[in-house]
Design a protein around this ligand. Sequence first.
Ligand code: IPE
Ligand code: IPE
Ligand code: MG
Length: 254
Amino acid sequence: MSNTTNVAAPLQHLAIIMDGNGRWAEERGLPRVAGHQQGVRTVVEIVNECVRQQISCLTLFAFSSENWGRPESEVETLMSLLLEFLASQRQRMLDDGVRLRVIGDRARLSATVRSALNVAEEETRDGGCLTLVLALSYGGRDEIVRAARQIARRVASGEIAAEDVDAADMASALDTAGLPDPDLLIRTSGELRISNFLLWQLAYAELYFVDAFWPDFGPVELRQALDDYRQRRRRFGLTAEQTAAGEGLSNSAS
Ligand code: IPE
Ligand code: IPE
Ligand code: MG
């Protein structure tokens, strides 16, 4: 009867909407770029903490499909910071067993950024500790549309029947194919929304919103979020009794 035995499944996949860089800078009378620079430092700290916490997958929302609409100079700054991040963290990722993977519409990224991402993915492919997924030029709706097109092509070619298309086919047509669904989503900066992030994959994620701006979110704040997650009781649509008995603890369609 008691749901105290229903401990949360171990956290395999953490997803983060890194928000509030601009406001962090504005509060200090600094240009937004200073907030993004500080935000990259936070990324480095949080990646290291996830390695320490033995989390196997971390997905960071770094640039959304809607962020393309920001002023050109801000978009350029964000892309240069990404290139700097890849260059400065290369050795550390290799040493720490971090494997980089990118999700999103790469076609919209510049050739320079695309090629740096391809090189980093290739170089880090044997990293076995943490898969670091960067969501870049990423939108959940865009991803679902691209997956639907892929499945439509398979149906049109006669490879599968429309009636046979199931959730696992959909999951494996998404950019996140092969990754477990996120167990926990953190969003910083006090905004209470998903902003088109991982719409399919977050179906049963636990949600955690924190007021700190991303540049102020550090290992201590991350550990608080992980502690909070451990208190959650996940039921996946079942009753407390069923989940206490260990049923239904699956979190993925694939
Ligand atoms: C998050 O911080 C970084 C990106 C979206 C690229 P913001 O730039 O959205 O910062 P705020 O929300 O304006 O404070
Ligand atoms: C979400 O933040 C996207 C990223 C963190 C990359 P935004 O700042 O773009 O989201 P909204 O506009 O507040 O919803
Ligand atoms: Mg924002």
